[in-house]
Write a protein that binds this ligand. Structure first.
Ligand code: ATR
Length: 273
């Protein structure tokens, strides 16, 4: 029987992960079955246990369970520890659960795919929630000249910057503290989900700047429309989704899929509705 994997979330019915992993399996000739599991909000651990008893080998974990997955992992990768969250679970042969986080490397790879470099650049991260915490270490590893975290609630950005001070040049503040022009502006807030635009200042983009939204949709997010109108090059988070999935697939199967064709077909499917 094919090895079993799943994405755990709630809600999870609209997840694109089954489609992505089926395409990776097809491409690499791996025999696996990948489904969705809608875990009860108050019993992620029970759902994972049942899945493992039924032969589950690994999982992706999405909203709202990345913290639960972190808590139940017997062993954590260094990057999961830094992220404070787990998006990839692996069932070890010894019956122990290994937790990793591929979100940050997914973002870093997608930026590289779009030839957006961070080295020596001024980078602004908008937001200071779980999604941002999950990607900070890989971004700082690219050695930006400065990474400012700006958040609606300033104190959260300040605390996050302090927690990552050993990883690079990072500062935190409120949206009103944003100062000067940036080469790369990343929206890691969940504002796009509700169609809101964080109140960002004009003059935010340096010449040739890129704007990246960690969210994506059939239409550009309100942040990307705002950025495009101000001359920035815009990129949404669809590629990040594919890249984090590819890294999870690699952890499970020791084969690295080629993401290019999968990106293209996903984009097409999104456009077709
Ligand atoms: P996630 O897991 O998506 O990061 P989260 O931990 O709840 O979710 O964090 C959401 C982030 O989006 C926070 O930084 C939040 O700002 P606050 O800390 O001030 O709540 C930010 N956010 C959500 N809606 C926003 C909006 N309309 N404008 C600006 N920031 C917003």
């Amino acid at each position: 029987m094919a090895d079993r994997y799943a994405v755990f979330g709630n809600p999870v019915a609209h997840s694109k992960s089954p489609q992505i992993h089926a395409a990776f399996a097809d491409q690499t000739g791996q025999s696996l079955r990948y489904t969705t599991v809608e875990a009860p909000e108050d019993d992620f651990a029970g759902a994972w246990q049942r899945f493992v008893q039924d032969g589950g080998r690994g999982a992706n974990v999405t909203v709202p369970f990345k913290g639960d997955a972190f808590a139940l992992s017997d062993t954590l990768s260094h990057r999961a520890q830094r992220a404070g969250a787990v998006n990839t679970l692996i069932m070890g042969g010894n019956g122990r659960t290994y937790g990793d986080n591929t979100d940050g490397i997914g973002l870093a790879r997608d930026l590289a795919h779009h030839e957006v470099t961070l080295k020596g650049k001024r980078v602004l991260m908008v937001g200071a929630g779980g999604a941002v915490r999950g990607v900070l270490a890989p971004l700082l590893a690219e050695s930006p000249r400065e990474l400012m975290i700006a958040n609606r609630t300033a104190a959260k950005a300040v605390a996050l910057a302090e927690a990552f001070a050993d990883a690079g040049q990072v500062s935190g503040g409120g949206l009103e503290d944003i100062d000067g022009a940036f080469d790369v502006v990343i929206n890691g807030s969940s504002a796009s989900l509700s169609g809101d635009m964080p109140p960002l200042p004009d003059g935010l983009f340096a010449a040739g700047a890129s704007a990246y939204d960690m969210m994506y949709g059939a239409e550009p997010t309100v942040f990307l429309r705002w950025a495009e109108a101000r001359g920035a090059r815009t990129i949404d988070g669809l590629g990040m989704l594919v890249e984090q999935a590819a890294e999870s697939f690699f952890l499970w199967r020791s084969v690295r899929p080629d993401t290019t064709a999968v990106r293209a077909s996903l984009r097409q499917a999104l456009a077709d509705g």
